[in-house]
Design a protein around this ligand. Structure first.
Ligand code: ZN
Length: 854
C-alpha cells in the first residue's frame, strides 16, 4: 500500500508570522444601517514573541484611520505607516522603533462598508407589511472574511477571547456570540450594548447581527437559554427549529460527554444568506428556509432539511468551535464530522425517518463526483483563501461523513464514540490535525484506525469490490471505480460488514479487505450481502450467481441494501459496464418496492433514460414508466391518510411526481390541478402531494399557470412554499415562459441567495436546457456579479444535463475563457460530469430506441 502524501506546507505569502499573536480582542462596532457603512475600534492584547519593527495582520476593504500600540506602563508608540496588500489581504503596520518581547496592546480605528455579497460584515434586507424596507447588518466570516469586518489575525489556530460591544439605534435587536451583559445610552438615540467575553476561539466564529428583529421567548435547555431570532411576523414558524435545537443540545452534550461550551444559544434566520447556516459560537446564523418552517405545510424533506441544518450547526459548537482545525486543510474533518453527527442526531430525533437510509441518496452524489478523473483526495493542501473556499464541497461533507460512518459501523458505535470523547477532551480550546482524531480513536479501540483512514483521506476515488465464490471460499477483490477506462490506480483498506444470508437477522461479521483482496469461508452456497447495512463507501459487483440469489430474496434485504443494488447498477450503466436495457429490466424486479430511497434511485435512472429519447420511443418509454409506477402508487394509496407515516407521504409524493412528470399520466395532471387549487384556497392537502402537484403542473403548464405560480411565490406563507413555487418556474417547458423565468431570476425579483439553484434547474429543463444555457452564457458577467462568490459554481452544476454535442462543445469552450477561481476544481468536475453524461447519452440512445422502438 503506497499512499503518497503531498506537502501541506502553506504558502507563506498568505500566512501571518507567529512572532506576534493575539490573546484578546475588545471590539466596538457602530453600523449605520441606512448608509450601509460601519466604523469600528479595537484593542487587541498581543503577545510579542520576538523583537519586531512591523506588525502584520489581515485586513481587506477596510480603511484604517488610527493605529498605535501601548506597552506596559502605558507607553504609547504611534504606528508610522499602514500599508495594505490587496493580493494577500494583509496590513503592514510599520513601527518607528523595534519593540521588545512581552505584552503589548494594539489600538486601531477603522471604517468599512456593509456589502451586498453575503460575506464579511454585510447587508440583508426585508420589506415589512407596510411596504417599508428594513436593513439588517450581519456577518459571515468563514473561511477568511472576518478580516473584512475588523483587522485581525484571521487564521483558525490564533484563538483569542472576544469582548464585543455594538453601538446601535435604540429599539433594534443586537446579538453577538456571548449573552448581553450591559446596555447604556450614548446620548444620540443609540445604545451601547456589551456582550460577555467568549471562550478563546477562532476569528471565523465571531458574529454580530443588528436589525429590527424579534426573538422567541428563551427555551431553557438544562440551563442554556435557546432562542430563535427572526424578522417580525414569523414567530409562528419557530416551533420545529426550537424543538430540534433543544433536542440537539441535549443529544450532543450527552454524546460528547462535555457540557455546551457557551452560556446561551441564539439561532438567527436571515433573509439573505449565501450558504445554509454558520456555526458562530452561541450565535448560529441561517438562511430562513433552513430554520423557519410550518410543519403542517412542509414535506418530510423540507422538515428534515431544518432538522439536519440545526443539528449540524449545533454539533459544531463542540466539534469545530471548542476543538478547531489548525488550518483550512483540516476543514474537511470539521464538516464531515458535523455532517456525520447531524445524521446520527436526526436519526435519534425522528427514528421513523430512517435518516441513514435517506443519506444513501446524498452519498450517490459523492460517488458520482468521486468516480471522475478530476476528483480529489478528501484532504489536500490549502494555501490561499480560494483553496480554502474550494474545500466546501460534496467530497468534504458527504464523502467525508460517509467514510466516518463506515469506520463507526466497522468499529462499533460505542467504541467510536469513546474515541471522539477522548479527542474532544484532550484538545478543548485548542487546534488539531486530522491525525489527532485517528490517534484518539486508535487509543480508545486498539484498531489500526490511522492506517485504514489514511487510505481514504489521502487519495481520491473509491473501490469497486468484486465478489465471487471460489473453491469453497468467498473472494473479495478491489479495483478503483471510475467512469473512464483509465488505469486502476488506487487501493484501500476497506472496512466492510459481511452478512451470510439475505435476511437482515442473519449472522454478520466485519472484514477488512486489503489491497490484495480477502477470502472468507463460504461453504453453504447461500446468499451473501457484502457491505451489509450499506454503510461502506464502495460499490459492489457480484458474480452472476450471487447476484441472482440476492435478486431472488430482494425484499429480505434492508432498504439501504436494495437502494445500493439499484444505485450500483445505475452507476455501472453510466460507466458503460451494463446496458441501459438491462437497467430497465432490473427496475421491473422492484415492482413491489415500497421504500422511498429505492424508488428515488429507480426514478433517477429512468428519468435520465426518458430525457434522451424523443418521438415514438419516448412515448413507449413513458408508457413503461406508467406501468411500473402506477401499481406502486395504487398500493400506497392516492390519498393521504391521517395515520400515514412521514415516509409514506414522501413516497406518495415521489411516485405521484414520477407518474406525472416522467410518465406524463393525464389523470395525475388533472388531479395535480385540483390539489394545487385546494392548497391555494382554504383546504390543506397533504404537503407532499401539494409539492408534487406543483412540479407536475410546471412540466405541462402554460402562461396562466406560470402567472399563478409567480403570484403564489410572492404571497407564500412559508419559506418552503416560496422556494417551491420559484423553483417550479424553471420547470416550465414552454420556451417563452422559461425565458421569462430566466429574466426574473436575473433581476432583483429573486434574492441572490436563491438564484444559483434556480439557474441550475433551468439548465436541467428537459426540453429547453440549451435555451437556458444561451441565457446564462450571454449574461454571465451580470449574473455572477450579484452572487456570493462561493455560490457561483452552483449555477454551472446544471450543465451536467446538457448532452447535445454542440451544446457540450459550447459549454466546455466557454469555461476555457471564464474561470471560477474560488471553485476551480468543482468547475472542472462539473465539466467532466457533462462529458461523462454526454458519452452515456450517445451510447444509450440507440440501446433505448432498440428497446422501446416497438
Ligand atoms: Zn458545517
Amino acid at each position: 500500500m503506497n499512499v503518497v502524501r503531498t506537502s501541506n506546507a502553506p504558502d507563506a505569502r498568505y500566512r501571518l508570522p507567529r512572532t506576534v499573536a493575539p490573546s484578546r480582542y475588545d471590539l466596538v462596532l457602530e453600523p449605520d444601517l441606512g448608509a450601509a457603512t460601519f466604523v469600528g475600534s479595537e484593542e487587541i492584547v498581543l503577545e510579542v514573541r520576538e523583537p519586531v519593527d512591523e506588525i502584520l495582520l489581515n485586513a481587506v476593504e477596510l480603511e484604517i484611520d488610527a493605529a498605535w500600540i501601548t506597552g506596559e506602563g502605558g507607553r504609547r508608540i504611534d504606528v508610522a505607516d499602514v500599508r495594505v496588500d490587496l493580493e494577500t489581504e494583509r496590513a503592514h503596520l510599520d513601527l518607528p522603533v523595534t519593540i521588545t518581547p512581552g505584552t503589548w496592546t494594539l489600538h486601531l480605528g477603522f471604517r468599512g462598508v456593509l456589502n451586498d455579497r453575503m460575506c464579511g460584515f454585510y447587508r440583508s434586507t426585508y420589506t415589512s407589511d407596510d411596504g417599508v424596507e428594513h436593513v439588517i447588518a450581519t456577518t459571515q466570516f468563514e473561511s477568511t472574511d472576518a478580516r473584512r469586518a475588523f483587522p485581525c489575525w484571521d487564521e483558525p489556530d490564533l484563538k483569542a477571547v472576544f469582548g464585543v460591544t455594538l453601538v446601535v439605534p435604540d429599539g433594534l435587536l443586537a446579538i453577538s456570540n456571548g449573552p448581553e451583559v450591559a446596555r447604556e445610552p450614548v446620548g444620540d438615540g443609540r445604545v451601547s450594548v456589551r456582550f460577555a467575553d467568549t471562550m478563546p476561539m477562532s476569528t471565523y466564529l465571531a458574529a454580530f447581527v443588528v436589525g429590527r428583529l424579534e426573538a422567541t421567548d428563551p427555551v431553557d435547555v438544562d440551563g442554556v437559554p435557546l432562542r430563535i431570532v427572526h424578522v417580525p411576523g414569523k414567530g409562528h414558524l419557530t416551533a420545529s427549529g426550537l424543538e430540534i435545537g433543544a433536542f440537539s443540545l441535549r443529544f450532543f452534550a450527552d454524546y460528547y460527554g462535555i457540557p455546551y461550551p457557551d452560556r446561551k444559544l441564539d439561532m438567527i434566520a436571515l433573509p439573505d444568506f449565501a450558504q445554509g447556516a454558520m456555526e458562530n459560537l452561541g450565535c448560529i446564523t441561517y438562511r430562513e428556509i433552513a430554520l423557519l418552517v410550518d410543519p403542517a405545510k412542509a414535506t418530510q424533506e423540507e422538515l428534515q432539511g431544518v432538522a439536519d441544518t440545526v443539528a449540524h450547526e449545533i454539533a459544531h459548537m463542540w466539534f469545530g468551535d471548542l476543538v478547531t482545525m489548525r488550518w483550512w486543510n483540516g476543514v474537511w474533518l470539521n464538516e464531515a464530522f458535523a455532517t456525520f453527527m447531524e445524521l446520527l442526531c436526526v436519526h435519534a430525533f425522528r427514528p421513523e425517518w430512517d435518516r441513514w437510509a435517506l443519506h444513501a441518496r446524498s452519498r450517490s452524489v459523492a460517488f458520482e463526483i468521486d468516480a471522475l478523473s478530476t476528483t480529489r483526495p478528501i484532504e489536500y493542501p490549502v494555501r490561499s483563501p480560494d483553496d480554502a473556499s474550494g474545500m466546501f464541497d460534496t467530497l468534504t461533507y458527504t464523502k467525508g461523513a460517509s467514510v466516518l460512518r463506515m469506520l463507526e459501523q466497522y468499529l462499533g458505535a460505542d467504541r467510536f464514540r469513546d474515541g471522539i470523547r477522548r479527542y474532544l477532551s484532550d484538545h478543548a480550546y485548542s487546534n488539531t490535525e486530522t491525525s489527532d482524531l485517528w490517534d484518539a480513536i486508535e487509543a480508545a479501540t486498539g484498531e489500526p484506525v490511522r492506517r485504514i483512514m489514511d487510505t481514504w483521506i489521502w487519495q481520491g476515488g473509491f473501490p469497486l469490490v468484486s465478489v465471487y465464490s471460489e473453491d469453497g471460499s468467498l473472494r473479495l477483490e478491489q479495483r478503483r471505480f471510475r467512469f473512464d477506462a483509465a488505469e486502476d490506480d488506487g487501493r484501500w483498506e476497506v472496512p466492510l460488514v459481511v452478512r451470510h444470508g439475505s435476511s437482515s437477522d442473519a449472522p454478520v461479521g466485519p472484514v477488512l479487505v486489503g489491497p490484495d483482496g480477502s477470502s472468507l469461508p463460504y461453504a453453504d452456497g447461500g446468499a451473501v450481502v457484502v457491505n451489509a447495512g450499506g454503510h461502506g463507501f464502495v460499490r459492489v459487483r457480484y458474480e452472476e450467481d450471487l447476484r441472482a440469489r440476492l435478486m431472488g430474496a430482494l425484499f429480505e434485504l434492508t432498504p439501504v441494501e436494495r437502494y445500493q443494488l439499484v444505485d450500483d447498477a445505475w452507476a455501472a450503466t453510466v460507466a458503460g459496464a451494463m446496458s441501459v436495457a438491462d437497467f430497465c429490466r432490473l427496475a421491473q424486479g422492484f415492482a413491489r418496492e415500497t421504500d422511498l430511497p429505492v424508488w428515488q434511485a429507480l426514478l433517477l435512472g429512468l428519468g435520465w433514460c426518458e430525457r434522451i429519447l424523443d418521438g415514438e420511443p419516448r412515448e413507449r418509454m413513458r408508457a413503461y414508466v406508467r406501468e411500473l409506477v402506477r401499481p406502486a402508487l395504487d398500493h400506497v394509496g392516492w390519498e393521504a391518510r391521517a395515520e400515514d407515516p412521514d415516509l409514506t407521504r414522501a413516497l406518495r409524493g415521489a411516485l405521484f411526481s414520477g407518474l406525472g412528470v416522467l410518465g406524463g399520466d393525464p389523470e395525475v395532471l388533472a388531479l395535480a390541478r385540483e390539489i394545487e387549487l385546494e392548497s391555494r384556497g382554504t383546504g390543506s392537502p397533504d404537503p407532499s402531494l401539494a409539492a408534487a402537484a406543483v412540479s407536475v403542473i410546471a412540466a405541462a403548464g402554460g402562461p396562466e399557470e406560470f402567472a399563478s405560480f409567480l403570484e403564489a411565490r410572492d404571497t407564500a406563507a412559508t419559506p418552503q412554499e416560496e422556494l417551491r413555487y420559484l423553483n417550479a418556474l424553471a420547470g416550465f417547458r414552454d420556451p417563452a415562459l422559461l425565458g421569462r423565468a430566466l429574466e426574473i431570476a436575473a433581476s432583483d425579483a429573486v434574492r441572490p441567495q436563491n438564484a444559483p439553484q434556480f439557474f441550475a434547474r433551468a439548465l436541467m429543463n428537459r426540453d429547453h436546457g440549451a435555451l437556458a444555457w444561451a441565457f446564462v452564457r450571454d449574461r454571465w458577467q451580470t449574473i455572477v456579479a450579484r452572487l456570493a462568490p462561493s455560490t457561483v459554481v452552483f449555477v454551472v452544476h446544471g450543465v451536467r444535463a446538457l448532452v447535445d454535442p454542440r451544446v457540450v462543445e459550447d459549454v466546455q469552450q466557454f469555461f476555457t475563457r471564464h474561470d471560477i477561481p474560488q471553485s476551480a476544481l468543482q468547475l472542472r468536475q462539473t465539466l467532466e460530469t457533462q462529458r461523462v453524461n454526454a458519452a452515456f447519452a450517445a451510447r444509450a440512445r440507440g440501446e433505448l430506441e432498440a428497446a422501446f422502438g416497438g
